[in-house]
Design a protein around this ligand. Structure first.
Ligand SMILES: NC(=O)c1ccc[n+]([C@@H]2O[C@H](COP(=O)([O-])OP(=O)(O)OC[C@H]3O[C@@H](n4cnc5c(N)ncnc54)[C@H](O)[C@@H]3O)[C@@H](O)[C@H]2O)c1
Length: 345
């Protein structure tokens, strides 16, 4: 691979225009060389990212004509696996939008393509690039809150369309593969797995409460971690402003609150009182803007990792682990029963 890398983008919609394309344009040593989208309006919109940008109406034509070092997959969920495998087979490293795929068979196909191609793939779990979440994970690992036993995550907004996505594909089961529980839930699940480790069982309810759409617009998930000593609670929605967006993690010796809008606080001390002594707790603001980073650094960080030959622990196994929990959650919601998470390998 040459010193200057050629980047390509599959799918020129909102996340491509908000993050991937500006990310490549702003990353030193990378040229945004090509992009593809079947919709001519999208191709017209992205001309602003470079006079030399070559545009295609089909990803196969783009991958055959170009020599790309790195490719972002920003298409609707249904196409993620096929697009990621094709880009890997064409010799590119891949930054794959979430969810990584829609089934564990597709995850296995992507894993095989990563192995065969000897390229790296990173799943775009953007919340992992935020300063507050990175700090929380480091604090947990350092033992700053003792043994974590509970995590709560809420991610919500008024819905991807209208307002964000270029059309209403997010609401079409065949293209999206799920609703809010998949779209927002997969970020939340990844945070839970990243902070506290593997999950063995899920109970969930996903419902279409407010929008006239054929996928869920609100969902609750209860997670039981594999060591049997921690629980998780995830709450996602597409039908109102968030109110609270963020995470809360409780441990024996402290707790972390990451309110995406109001800041990150660390409370230390024995947070669960015993029967004799009153708890002595100290709370301090440790990051007033915990959403720093995220989309603004994701592409450059991923390119850095690809150049080092590393997937940041965000490879297809991370994408598969999060998807396995989401699929168990949908099964739980359908059956009304707690569902064991299937191993992904
Ligand atoms: N990481 C994040 O925080 C984040 C945020 C938003 C979206 N996403 C993910 O990004 C992906 C795209 O979402 P979006 O919000 O940009 O949607 P969007 O509707 O704005 O864009 C999707 C684009 O894909 C194009 N497309 C459709 N079929 C295609 C095909 N076969 N080949 C190439 N392009 C095709 C569409 O024409 C459209 O331009 C989704 O998987 C979504 O989950 C991630």
């Amino acid at each position: 691979m040459s010193a200057t890398w050629n980047a390509g983008v599959i799918g020129c919609g909102s996340i491509a225009q908000a993050m991937h394309m500006p990310g490549y344009v702003g990353t030193r040593g990378v040229r945004l060389a090509a992009a593809c989208d079947p919709d001519p309006a999208r191709r017209e919109e992205v001309r602003r990212f470079g006079a030399d940008l070559r545009l295609y109406d089909d990803y196969r034509r783009m991958l055959a004509a170009e020599k790309l070092d790195v490719v972002s997959v920003c298409s609707p969920n249904r196409f993620h696996a096929a697009h990621a495998v094709a880009a890997l087979n064409a010799g590119a490293h891949v930054l794959l939008e979430k969810p990584a795929a829609l089934s564990l068979t597709e995850i296995a196909d992507i894993r095989a393509a990563v192995r065969r191609s000897r390229r790296k793939l990173i799943v775009g779990f953007s919340h992992r690039f935020q300063s507050g979440n990175l700090k929380a994970r480091e604090l947990i690992r350092r033992g700053a809150i003792g043994r974590p036993y509970m995590i709560r995550v809420r991610f919500a907004h008024t819905g991807p369309y209208p307002g964000w996505a270029k059309n209403d594909w997010f609401y079409k089961p065949a293209l999206a593969g799920g609703g809010a529980m998949l779209d927002m839930g997969i970020h939340a699940i990844d945070q839970c797995l990243w902070m506290l480790g593997p999950v063995r069982r899920v109970q969930a309810m996903s419902r279409t409460l407010r929008k006239r759409i054929r996928v869920d617009d609100n969902a609750l998930m209860l997670l039981e971690f594999a060591d049997g000593r921690a629980l998780g609670y995830v709450d996602v929605g597409w039908t109102s402003p968030a109110g609270f967006n963020g995470l809360e993690i409780m441990g024996d010796e402290g707790m972390i609150l990451i309110d995406y809008a109001a800041g990150m606080r660390l409370t230390t001390g024995k947070i669960t009182p015993d029967l004799k002594t009153r708890p002595k707790l100290k709370t301090r603001l440790i990051d007033p803007t915990p959403t720093r980073g995220g989309w603004t650094v994701e592409v450059a960080e991923c390119v850095k990792s690809f150049r080092r030959g590393d997937d940041r622990g965000l490879g297809i196994d991370a994408g598969g682990a999060a998807l396995a929990v989401a699929l168990a959650a949908y099964e739980s919601s359908r059956t009304g029963k707690a569902v064991k998470v299937r191993p992904v390998r």
